[in-house]
Design a protein around this ligand. Structure first.
Ligand code: UT7
Length: 338
């Protein structure tokens, strides 16, 4: 574990989530829809992944459109105006462009004219990374309101002919406003971020970057789409999420019994269950919506968090454990008091 203990860190303020929002595109794609397109079946998909359906963005809808829609709800629920946002962090592996940043597009869409911003790439752990980065600016008092977004149009990098991956992914966005904690809310209690770059080739988009720039050959070889070694990724996902989750609980001084709700990256129901069991959590403590949206990468935990709050599953004072894992291999965990 490449962990740095934040000993001696001076925190002036704690960080809390003041409002959340999410956006899912209208188009629902079921396993039966996939059966008509590739050699697969509902039984295999449900048994191996727990996914029943996912959402696909419209052709003319991009990542910043979905991020903007989620952000508008989060801003409204936090009771602030777009001009009060100091910083926008957009976690995504499917930015609108290589540059400018998706954050810049969203800043303009929202009219968040005072905000600085950037995109953050930590794959499926990106929303956890963006919240931790944001919380550091809150902790020092440098910024008051930060908009953290996880937004993905994964269908733009999915090989619709590769049955090993295409049935797994969906599009969507989630957002959170991070603000200073007040006397009523403790907010973030701990955070752990990890990375193992030695496994970077197991889950990647092989071409289109500076290592292998786009060419006719790379297009013909379909190298602009995601490639994943599923079994190896699965094993690393379970062990890293358990490690990271445990470390975050320990750092927060919490036991698994203290956790009201655990929200894990929604990649695969078997991963979610294995992580929950190994951490010693009961089934009812573990949130699941992978059946409805599939794997939405950086948007996954953000959408799930918003859904848990909107459905009244989380109440003031509840402790939440958030854990995500993705390409890199990156892992992040946060313990917070709502
Ligand atoms: O978000 C970042 C992290 N991502 C993850 O953590 C994903 C991790 N990996 C996984 O979730 C799983 O590995 C998968 C769901 C991708 C695959 O499940 P698996 O149990 O590892 O299956 P497998 O890849 O070993 O494939 C088993 C069989 C193969 O057939 P043979 O070789 O045993 O004859 C595949 O060809 O299932 C076949 N298969 C399919 N069959 C029907 C693979 N994809 C499909 C499909 N429909 N879509």
């Amino acid at each position: 574990m490449n962990e740095i203990k934040p000993e001696g860190l001076k925190k002036l303020y704690s960080c809390r989530i003041a409002g959340t929002g999410s956006y899912l595109p209208e188009r629902v794609v079921t396993n039966t829809d996939w059966e008509k397109l590739i050699d697969t079946n509902d039984e295999w998909i449900v048994a191996r992944t727990g996914i029943k359906e996912r959402r696909f963005a419209a052709e003319d809808q991009c990542t910043s459109d979905m991020g903007t829609a989620a952000a508008k709800k989060a801003i409204q629920r936090a009771g602030i105006s777009p001009e009060e946002i100091d910083l926008i962090i957009v976690a995504t592996v499917t930015p609108d462009h290589i540059f400018p940043s998706t954050a810049a597009r969203i800043q303009h869409n929202l009219g968040a004219t005072r905000a600085a911003g950037f995109d953050l790439q930590a794959a499926c752990a990106g929303f956890l990374y963006s919240m931790e980065v944001g919380s550091q600016f809150i902790a020092t008092g440098y910024y008051k309101n930060i908009l953290a977004i996880g937004a993905e149009k994964l269908t733009s990098i999915t090989d619709m002919e590769d049955r090993n991956t295409c049935i797994l992914f969906g599009d969507g966005a989630g957002a959170a406003i991070l603000s200073r904690a007040d006397s009523k809310t403790k907010g973030f209690l701990s955070c752990v971020l990890q990375m193992d770059g030695s496994k970077a080739d197991l889950l990647q988009v092989p071409a289109g970057g500076s290592r292998t720039p786009a060419s006719q050959e790379t297009l013909d070889a379909r190298l602009h789409y995601m490639r994943m070694q599923g079994k190896e990724t699965f094993k690393c996902a379970v062990s890293s999420m358990v490690d990271c989750g445990r470390a975050a609980l320990e750092r927060a001084g919490c036991s698994v019994e203290d956790v009201k709700l655990a929200i894990f990256h929604q990649a695969n129901l078997r991963i979610i269950k294995a992580v929950g069991e190994r951490l010693g959590l009961k089934e009812e403590q573990v949130f699941v919506n992978v059946n409805k949206y599939g794997n939405t990468s950086a948007a996954s935990v953000a959408i799930a968090l918003d859904e848990a709050i909107e459905t009244g599953t989380v109440h003031s004072g509840d402790k939440l454990l958030l854990v995500a894992f993705g390409s890199g291999f990156t892992t992040g965990a946060i313990v917070l008091e709502w």
